[in-house]
Design a protein around this ligand. Structure first.
Ligand code: SF4
Length: 481
């Protein structure tokens, strides 16, 4: 009897202890990212007792316990809310080890449960410490060439930062700012875009935007010193002033018509006794009615003479402006006295992937926006040395009064990343200067330059590249579905 009494008192005391223990853990529960699957020691003891009792009383079907609440996070992931992270001060690696993050990517289209009103606040909360933000959004270029930065989508997941490339982020942040636009070239900033996308545009511009270029050369006479093959090659590279969007592609078995072929003729000669003659691209003459070279003699007198093309109407009737060459001063050949060239060329539509002559750009290239940061003040003689070292005048001298001067970053955009500013006279990396000057690139900001060959204006080329990429995406989507 006494023994039973003692056990009851002991159990009562144990129950109180458990309650107190429970309360002290309540705080932990409020913040723990994995509260829903971590039990307190008291709860674990209770569960053990219950399971022992259940083995004796099999019929006592207990009602199912409600599912523990899942912690709400900033972005709908099942990971720790940012509050917890700042409270715990745990490193991303430590959180990953302890299960603070489930290592699960959010489903496409997953949104914060709190709605969109508090998004700016959440963004503010989700900001990484400065040094990590630099690693996430910048490429830091070291003096001896290697670059640093994190591109892995889950690199900062433990801190509630989604580093992945997503369509939502792209739609929210993408911006184009045109800095320079001339007839032949254009420079613009693409902001909020991944390098893969910028590179896709570059490759499409070089290899997939169609143009018209000379494909066939019908040589009637060539007494110049230039061989037929070399002459044909030179003719093929002449940019034509013809909008490719007005023409169709021609395949091997197609008949050349006014819709798929442009014909030019070149007939120049240098008379005996006259000085040498330079043949220029401007000497090419457009033939809107098609080829003038006879293909075969007509079967009967009165039949129409067949030529190398079958135009059913003049191209003058279907085109708004006459066709020609973009630049009239490109030298094709030099003729001596008594020499002549007589030929006809057929231009068709094609893309740079097949042959470079169809590439619509002289070049299309991009670079990440440079960022030059002075981590320490550089004064007086050091400042002057720094300014003198930069070949593109990124730095300026600021007069501080009292005869003091300091270096300031005046034109960071001009930086070419030559790294001269962190190098010594013989090319070695200088320790102290590396500490003082940090060379960075903004990871999602590209300065894009397009130089057109003249077939289409540069802004039109970019629009065409966007259209081609869109068509490719649609093709992939339809294939997948
Ligand atoms: S890397 Fe070259 S261009 Fe850029 S700031 Fe230094 S010296 Fe100037």
């Amino acid at each position: 009897m006494e023994m039973e009494m003692e056990r009851t008192v002991e159990e009562e005391d144990g129950g109180r202890e458990e309650e107190e223990e429970e309360q002290s853990y309540a705080k932990y529960y409020a913040f723990s990212p994995h509260a829903h699957f971590t039990a307190t020691p008291a709860a674990r003891r209770r569960r053990r007792r219950r399971s022992r009792a259940a083995s004796v009383v099999l019929a006592s079907a207990a009602p199912p316990r409600p599912a523990p609440p899942v912690p709400t996070s900033c972005c709908g992931w099942r990971h720790a809310p940012p509050d917890f992270l700042s409270f715990s001060g745990a490193s991303p690696q430590a959180l990953l080890r302890t299960g603070g993050v489930r290592g699960k990517m959010p489903k496409k289209g997953t949104k914060s449960r709190k709605g969109t009103d508090d998004e700016p606040k959440q963004e503010e909360k989700n900001k990484l410490p400065e040094h990590l933000e630099v690693q996430r959004t910048r490429v830091v270029c070291k003096g001896d060439a290697p670059t640093e930065g994190f591109q892995y989508a889950g690199a900062f997941a433990a801190m509630g930062i989604d580093n992945s490339v997503s369509a939502d982020k792209f739609c929210k942040n993408f911006k184009v700012v045109v800095n320079r636009l001339t007839e032949d070239d254009m420079e613009f900033d693409m902001i909020g875009i991944d390098a893969s996308m910028a590179n896709a545009f570059r490759r499409i511009l070089i290899a997939e935007v169609p143009t018209m270029a000379i494909e066939k050369v019908l040589m009637a006479d060539n007494t110049s010193v230039i061989a037929d093959e070399v002459l044909s090659h030179r003719l093929g590279l002449i940019p034509l002033d013809a909008d490719p969007r007005l023409f169709e592609y021609i395949s091997e078995n197609d008949v050349p018509t006014e819709r798929n072929t442009i014909v030019y003729k070149l007939h120049v000669s240098c008379k005996k006794g006259s000085p040498r003659l330079t043949v220029k691209s401007g000497d090419l003459e457009w033939l809107p009615e098609g080829s003038q070279l006879p293909l075969a003699s007509p079967a009967q007198s009165g039949d129409k003479q067949k030529t190398y093309t079958s135009f059913s109407q003049s191209q003058k009737d279907i085109l708004e402006k006459p066709l020609g060459v973009k630049f009239k001063d490109i030298t094709i050949a030099r003729l001596g006295p008594g020499q002549a060239i007589e030929l006809e060329v057929h231009a068709v539509k094609g893309i740079g992937k097949v042959h470079a002559k169809w590439s619509p750009v002289a070049t299309a290239w991009y670079r990440m926006l440079p960022e030059v940061v002075l981590r320490e003040e550089i004064k007086d003689a050091d400042a002057e040395m720094l300014v003198a070292k930069c070949p593109v005048n990124v730095f300026d001298i600021e007069d501080l009064g009292n005869g003091e001067k300091r270096a300031v970053v005046a034109r960071p955009r001009a930086c070419t990343l030559c790294r001269q500013c962190v190098m010594g006279p013989t090319g070695e990396v200088m320790g102290p200067t590396v500490e003082q000057v940090e060379l960075r690139r903004v990871r999602d900001h590209f300065i894009f330059t397009i130089e057109s060959t003249g077939a289409l204006p540069p802004e039109m080329l970019f629009t065409e590249a966007v259209r081609i990429l869109e068509e490719k995406c649609e093709r992939v989507i339809s294939e997948l579905s």
